[in-house]
Write a protein that binds this ligand. Structure first.
Ligand SMILES: [Zn+2]
Length: 186
C-alpha cells in the first residue's frame, strides 16, 4: 500500500520529507523547499544592499534640512534585513559596540564637547570596521553602512544627528532578526 505510493514519487520517500513546509526565520511566513527565508524578506535585504551602494545613500536630510521619513522606516527595515542575511550575519554584540559608540558621542556633544572631537572619534570607526570585516566579524553591508554614514556625518552636527536617528531605527529593526555571537568569541 504505502510502499507503492512512495515508489511512484520521483525520489521516493526522501521527497516527502523535503516537501515539508518551513517557516521564514525573520517573519515566520511559510516557505516551500529548503529555504528558511521568504521571498519578501530576501527582497528586502536586496533592496537594502542596493540602497547602501546607491549614489543617493546616505541622503538622510531633505532640502529643508528635515530628516527623511524613509530613513527611519523602509530603508532602515531593509538595511536590518540585509545585515541579518549578510555573510557573516551581523551579531548583537557587534551592533551594540558600534551603536553604543555613536550614542555616547551624541551625548558628549550634548555636554558641549567640540564637534571636531566628535569628528575624530567618528572617523576612528572606519579603520575599526575595516579590521572587523577582515576578521569576518561583520558583513560587508554593515561595513558599508558605517563607512558611508561616517563620511556624511563629519560634515555637520545636523548630518551627524540624522545618522544617529537613522542608526536608532536600523538597530530597532534588527531586534528579533540578529542573534548573539556563539561560544563567547569576539
Ligand atoms: Zn520572511
Amino acid at each position: 500500500m504505502a510502499r507503492n505510493d512512495y515508489a511512484r514519487r520521483p525520489g521516493g520517500g526522501q521527497g516527502l520529507r523535503d516537501q515539508r513546509p518551513r517557516n521564514c526565520r525573520f517573519c515566520n511566513a511559510v516557505v516551500q523547499g529548503h529555504d528558511d527565508v521568504c521571498d519578501p524578506c530576501r527582497q528586502g535585504a536586496q533592496r537594502g544592499r542596493e540602497h547602501l551602494n546607491g549614489p543617493s545613500y546616505p541622503t538622510l536630510l531633505n532640502a529643508e534640512g528635515k530628516l527623511c521619513a524613509d530613513s527611519l522606516d523602509a530603508w532602515a527595515n531593509d538595511l536590518a534585513l540585509a545585515f541579518a542575511q549578510g555573510s557573516p550575519a551581523l551579531t548583537k554584540s557587534q551592533l551594540r559596540g558600534f551603536y553604543g559608540h555613536v550614542k555616547r558621542l551624541e551625548s558628549s556633544l550634548g555636554r558641549n564637547r567640540p564637534f571636531e572631537d566628535v569628528v575624530c572619534e567618528l572617523t576612528r570607526l572606519k579603520p575599526l570596521v575595516h579590521a572587523r570585516f577582515e576578521r569576518k566579524k561583520i558583513p560587508r553591508e554593515f561595513k558599508t553602512f558605517i563607512e558611508r554614514n561616517v563620511a556624511a556625518s563629519v560634515a555637520s552636527k545636523e548630518e551627524f544627528g540624522a545618522f544617529v536617528r537613522h542608526f536608532e531605527a536600523v538597530a530597532a529593526f534588527c531586534e528579533g532578526r540578529i542573534k548573539d555571537e556563539g561560544k563567547g568569541r569576539d
